[in-house]
Design a binder for this molecule. Structure first.
Ligand code: GLN
Length: 304
């Protein structure tokens, strides 16, 4: 498509009327968020950025951090250590389910909370949060920061996350102290981001791990292949099957309203809108990905 920016403006206009869903309510910062913003961005593997609407509005990264934390853990701790702790099976369950294997205490995958907490614990303890921030920033090609008050609210209300961390520690799945690991997981969720940033992060995955503007190889191709495979099966939790049929791309949502979809070899698509469906994914975001995937013929299983 020649005029991708014009096309995105048109998609934005068509998806804007969808005002169903509710903002996340488990912490005050999200419950009080303005539900109205709506931004879309596409970054292509050849380094072009196309945007529509509120693509520069900041929001918290939340679970969209998970595939990137998983990538860093695979890269720094190695496949063997990560696979010894975290399975790669679709859980088909909600993001905060206590999905641990009975015998081993392994989380089903790295994209549900338990798995993301385990992945965080496998990174070196010292300077872990700044390492994660540096990694996210290099993917977005912009200096990012975590919002301290959101991180604090996440910790204060994160009883289930902390409980899962302790449970995993009892199975020797967790590589670090449960309290400190959960604190860093919460801080990663509180990273402030925009749809434009997310499009670059997704485009880096689409480009076999090479950041399209800086040309830096940030993620090894084998790690990208693994992360995209798990995103395909589990990125959308208990909506993963429906998402795959309708959108047909590796995807990941977060309760801050952010959503990414990766078209390998082509582009990263990102959307932001805070009203969520019952699975914790942005209503307008999911709608945007459905429309764009269909109209640009991006489904990985081929044309419709
Ligand atoms: N911080 C959230 C949590 O741990 C992230 C969940 C999400 O975005 N799906 O509950």
């Amino acid at each position: 498509m020649d005029d991708l920016t014009g096309y995105l403006a048109d998609v934005h206009r068509r998806v804007l009327p969808f005002t169903d869903g509710e903002v996340a309510s488990y912490i005050p910062a999200l419950a009080e968020a303005d539900p109205e913003p709506f931004g879309i961005a596409i970054a292509t593997v050849d380094g072009q950025l196309h945007e529509a609407g509120d693509s520069r509005t900041q929001f918290s990264l939340q679970s969209v951090s998970k595939p990137f934390t998983y990538a860093l853990a695979l890269q720094e701790a190695g496949f063997e250590a990560v696979d010894a702790a975290i399975d790669v099976e679709p859980s088909g369950e909600a993001y905060n389910m206590i999905s641990l294997q009975d015998e081993t205490g392994h989380p089903d995958n790295a994209l549900i909370n338990a798995g993301a907490i385990a992945a965080t614990s496998l990174l070196p303890h010292k300077g872990r949060m700044s390492r994660l921030l540096r990694f996210y920033s290099s993917l977005a090609d912009r200096q990012l920061h975590a919002d301290a008050s959101i991180a604090m609210e996440e910790v204060e209300n994160g009883h289930r996350n902390l409980a899962m961390a302790h449970l995993m520690r009892s199975f020797d799945v967790l590589g670090d102290d449960p309290v400190e690991t959960t604190r860093d997981y919460c801080a990663a969720c509180a990273t402030m981001i925009t749809a434009a940033d997310l499009a670059w992060m997704a485009a880096t995955l689409a480009n076999s791990g090479r950041q399209p503007t800086t040309g830096e190889q940030l993620v090894e191709p084998l790690v990208v292949q693994r992360v995209l495979s798990v995103m395909t099966m589990s990125g959308m939790y208990d909506e993963a099957g429906w998402w795959m049929v309708r959108v047909g791309l590796p995807g990941k949502s977060g309760v801050g309203g952010g959503l990414i979809a990766v078209a390998p070899g082509q582009l990263g698509l990102a959307a932001f809108s805070p009203r969520l469906n019952e699975h914790g994914s942005s209503v307008r975001g999911v709608r945007t990905c459905e429309v764009v995937s269909r109209e640009l013929d991006l489904h990985v299983m081929g044309s419709r």
